[in-house]
Every structure is written in C-alpha cells, then in structure tokens.
Ligand binder design. Structure first.
Ligand code: SF4
Length: 408
C-alpha cells in the first residue's frame, strides 16, 4: 500500500530529532508468560467474556472492560498494579490470568525530514515496518497488516517479499501503541482527553500488506482505534488503502466505516493488469462500481485515489484525461505520488514538470490533486519502499517456527 506524505515541515515537538540517525535500540520484550492471555487486540465482547470467565460479575463486566481499555489504550499502562481504580485483589487476579503486551521495536530510524521508521518484531520472529510522518497540521502513522504481500505489484518493494503471515488484531493495534510509547503520547496523570494536540492524529493502513486480505483482524484493530474508550480517533482520521479487493469493499463500509483509499495507478485494464495484478481478477469497471457505492454505505465524504507517477508508463496527458473520465461521478481526491525508487526497481520517477502537468488536468476537472512530497526516502520509509530488512536475508522456516507461537 501507499501511505500519505506531505509538506516537509515538522512538529516543533520532535524537531530536535532532525538529524538522520540509525538509532538501533532494544526495548525489553514483554515475554509471553505461559498461560497468560494478551488483552491487546481483543474486541470489547472478547474482553468482556474473558473477564467474566475469570469471575468478574456479569453486572460489572461492561464497566471493567471500559476501565481496562482506558488504562491500556489511553494511558499506556501495561502493569495491572497501576490500574488504580480497580481493587487490589481484582488487579492481582487480572495479573495472574492476563498480560498487556505489544510487539517489540527492534530498531528505529529517524529521517532528516522527521519521519520515523520502526522495525517491529512480532510473534514467530517475523518483522514488519511502521512509519510515523509528522506534518504541520497532523501526524500520520502508517501501519502494516501482513508480513509481506501476495499481490506483487511490480513498483512496490513490499510486493517483492512473499507473504509470511497475517498480523493479529493485537499486532496491528500494538503498532499504534509502540509509536505512542516512542512519541510519549499517553495521557498524563490528571490529564483529560483532548487537552493536548495529538501527535498521532491519523492512521493509514498503507504499510506492508493488503488489509482486506486480513479483514477480521484489521476490522477489530480499527474498531479499537476508533472507539471513544480505545485509541479514540475519529473514523474520518482512519484510512484503509486497498489494491482493489472488490468483495470486501462493501463489507469495509458496513463493518469498519473508515475512509477508503485505493491504489489505482493505471487508467486501462491492460496497464493496471501489470501494475496492480489484482486487476486481472477485479478489473477497473468492477472496482469503480464498488467504489461508487462506498461513500453512501459508509457515510464518508470521498474516496482517495492513489496514483504513483511512473516515467513514460502512466503519466501522459491522455492518462490524466482518462483518469478523470473514469472517476467521474465519484466524490474523489487524487493523490499523486512521485515514484520512490528502491534497489532494483524496474521504474523511474516521472519528471516534476510532467507530474505538475498531470496534476493540472486532474485539478481543472474539479478534483483535488495534491502531489505528495516524498518523505523518509533516506531511511527507505517512503511510499512503496517498505520491506523488512531481515526478511531479505530470512532465516529458515524451522528457526522461525522454533520461536514463540502467535497468541492474541
Ligand atoms: S502496493 Fe500494496 S498490494 Fe501491492 S504489493 Fe505493495 S503492499 Fe502489496
């Protein structure tokens, strides 16, 4: 997927981190203790049932669920003993049965433009990448939903990495939690929600993987991100980007209701079959039908069409005119993404004049057509560049499976 990138201006809060660093640090891993269930990523219903199973009275279970969610997702508390609005005996009962664990940050790189890229290790020893992009008016966290990807879009570095496995809901929401740890974004004692501007104000599912091929886990994680007692982001600030898994688009509207972006990238089936191979299964006309229905079903304002600018491939005036004809009637915005090169990439970035001429045609047709400034290129964190370094020199399957078994 592609993630949003914006003007090269940083929040003052993190401007001191402007230097390019290779800041490799080891955060002690919250080891999964035998028999303890991780509460991160459980839906409200699942958490409620888990609490009832350990003896919480039915009548109290909803309230306890809300309290524990606030401690975990708003205050960043991982130690039950610090959940001081619960009785001491209840806290020790929780600690015996449960844990609050997030994936381990293996390394953190900070780009010259303030973008932060986290290499995150999940159960089984697999790694994914998470990227934080600070801008003047917002901070966007781009999260991953799969280790690798099945879809092999040839311009995307992630697509060159085979799918290893889907992430669990806990591993997806855990990426938000570890970034909040790093940014120091949790509520402080005595502080209320909304008293400080949020550093992570937007979430985009545009990291590694196709989120709609991991629907249930993505849905459960995003429900936590959008819940008032969870991470508490408005659904308008959560964007899921798909390459075009048509059967799941209506389901996304009904069951998640977040904003939708689509990796479009080509205006003929012949070219899209190559650039976004899922097009061979659901072609442009079928995809556009599903997209036309989305805003009404989800009550969202518009669809974002992501369009990577590849020199002499999809960047002509004729492509721009075809694009506006195709999306006619759909409330839309077109994000133009200058191609971010990676080692061995088979394409080149379109020239800036070409990109601006393309943007102009789209804009004159009545669509916002921002050209995204590449962010985090120096640390390979820009759109389409994500690919976990260690997956390149991957260890054997036996070594991986000898590690911890995934749990939720
Ligand atoms: S663009 Fe998205 S769907 Fe295509 S290979 Fe990359 S991660 Fe997978």
């Amino acid at each position: 997927m592609y993630f949003r990138i914006g003007p090269v201006e940083w929040r003052s809060a993190i401007s001191t981190l402007a230097a390019i660093t290779q800041d490799v640090r080891t955060v002690p891993r919250a080891l999964l203790l035998e028999g303890r269930r991780n509460l991160v990523g459980l839906t409200r219903d699942e958490l409620r049932s888990a609490l009832v199973e350990i003896g919480t009275p039915q009548k109290q279970a909803n309230m306890r669920t809300g309290q524990i969610w606030q401690w975990m997702y708003q205050k960043g508390v991982r130690d039950f003993d610090l959940m001081t609005n619960l009785s001491k005996s209840y806290r020790s009962m929780l600690a015996e049965q449960f844990e609050v664990a997030v994936p381990e940050v293996v390394s953190r790189n900070v780009s010259g433009d303030g973008t932060r890229k986290y290499l995150v290790r999940i159960a089984g020893g697999h790694e994914v990448e998470t990227v934080y992009i600070p801008e003047t008016d917002r901070g966007t966290l781009c999260i991953s939903s799969q280790v690798g990807c099945t879809l092999t879009c040839p311009f995307c570095h992630t697509g060159t990495q085979k799918l290893v496995r889907n992430l669990t809901a806990g591993e997806i929401v855990g990426q938000i939690m570890l970034a909040r740890d790093d940014l120091g974004e949790w509520l402080r004692p005595g502080e209320g929600m909304g008293e400080r501007p949020r550093l992570i104000s937007n979430i985009v599912l545009m990291g590694m993987g196709e989120p709609l091929y991991n629907f249930e886990a993505v849905r459960d994680a995003m429900k936590i991100a959008m819940d008032g007692e969870g991470i508490a982001l408005s659904r308008r600030r959560v964007t899921l980007s798909t390459s075009g898994v048509v059967p799941e688009i209506a389901r996304t509207a009904n069951e998640i209701g977040c904003m939708l972006a689509v990796s479009f990238h080509a205006t003929t089936d012949e070219l899209r079959d190559q650039l976004v191979p899922i097009n061979r299964r659901w072609n442009i006309a079928t995809l556009l039908d599903a997209l036309r229905a989305y805003p009404k079903l989800s009550n969202s304002e518009r669809i974002t069409f992501e369009y990577v600018m590849l020199k002499d491939v999809n960047d002509s005036d004729e492509d721009a005119r075809r694009l506006v004809r195709l999306i006619s009637g759909i409330p839309a915005k077109v994000n133009l993404i200058p191609f971010n090169e990676w080692p061995g990439a088979p394409y080149r970035r379109s020239g800036w004049r070409r990109i601006n001429a393309f943007a102009d045609i789209v804009h004159k047709a009545g669509y916002a057509s921002p050209v995204r400034t590449p962010r985090g290129e120096d640390i390979m964190a820009a759109c389409g560049q994500l690919r976990s370094a260690t997956e390149r020199g991957r260890r054997s399957k036996a070594e991986i499976s000898a590690e911890v078994t995934p749990v939720r």
